[in-house]
Design a protein around this ligand. Sequence first.
Ligand code: NCD
Ligand code: ZN
Ligand code: ZN
Length: 442
Amino acid sequence: MGKLALPTIQITGGRIIDPAQGLDHVGDLWISRGRILPTGGVNEEAEVVIDARGKIVCPGLIDLHVHLREPGNEEDETIATGAASALAGGVTSVACMPNTIPPIDTQAAAEFVVLQGQRARQANVYPVGAVSKGRKGEELAALGQLVAGGAVAFTDDGAPVANAGLMRRALEYSKMFDLVIMQHCQVPELTVGGVMNEGFESMRLGLGGMPAAAEDIMVARDIRLAEITGGRLHIQHISTARSVELVREGKARGIKVTAEACPHHFSLTDECLRTFDSNFKMNPPLRTAADVEAVIEGLKDGTIEILATDHAPHAREKKMRELDQAPFGIVGLETLIPITVKTLIEPGHLTWPEVIRKLTINPAELLRIPKGTLRPGADADVTVIDASTTWTIDPTQFRSKSRNTPYAGWEVRGRAHTVIVGGEVRYTLGGIVREGVAPAAG
Ligand SMILES: NC(=O)N[C@@H](CC(=O)O)C(=O)O
Ligand SMILES: [Zn+2]
Ligand SMILES: [Zn+2]
């Protein structure tokens, strides 16, 4: 669809929340030809009217940590199904990890991801390039070429950059592009054979443990490396109390370190493994209640400025293997909003504007992408959230190709109602008044 064909959209009567502008008020939001219009809109009838009374209208959510599995594991997810899953979760932009087969470690590989994202016409898809060639942790990948191919950050996620010398060079070199190095912090030698958090529960269950220290030690090392290089370090899926403390200290000392937390790390604990259900197996593992509390505290005081899902789809036959054989990871995009509502908003830890900030302008600024705000002239990526609707999480209804969620059957509140990307309604639960052809139900 050309820009001229994009409709004028009026979203009426919603609670407009845009942390980037400090906005939180009830009103109308106007969109035309793919862009946000100034308040008051245009002097014409809108072609599409979305009734947002009682709902939240915010910048399209951004999830900077997803695994889309293409190329190489299309039985788990494709860029198209993952980007459709994003929309169903209210997410209009995703940054996808390079642990595909082959990995995203060249310009051509990054361009392929961008192209597949454009073809899919679902959420915007931004590739994250590998730090090392083949994600082998030996030689630096051609970071400049990756940037030319569209990479917005670098990581070897799925594995850490274990070699301190390589990590130092990556932090040094990435300064040239002002891009962030995202790190899966974990000393590999300390987690060999691990299935879950090391502690009372793993001992009781007789399962191999992954100590919190494996994460803490690498977080400490990398913050120090960020300090001596002046590079930008981003801690992925932070999960331990000590790591949160280290990031807090690092920030206080003026080091360029940021962190993200995932819903499972602030909603579940290692006690869930008593079921031996592989849907509770992820990396980093579910930790103790004290760690969950510390992560929530970090979210509250701003130490952790980003929410991300680490959406990690795995086909049923893989995830159904015995616990120690099953792969790590859970799908996350379609449960992001309700689990955040249940565990952060309803208990009063964070307000809606605080949550939305961590899902819009904060990740946009981290990736240096021109997204995450409803400022006039901005790309019209908008999420309308029905914050009060109650529903039951049913994995068979997911747009994702995979169903590996620990939240099946949970009674929850809040979900994306309508999602607009580039001025086009790409997902809706219905209720849109519009001339001409109605958009396909998401
Ligand atoms: N988080 C996970 O448990 N799994 C991720 C890898 C990763 O994020 O490290 C995956 O790719 O499946
Ligand atoms: Zn990881
Ligand atoms: Zn990941």
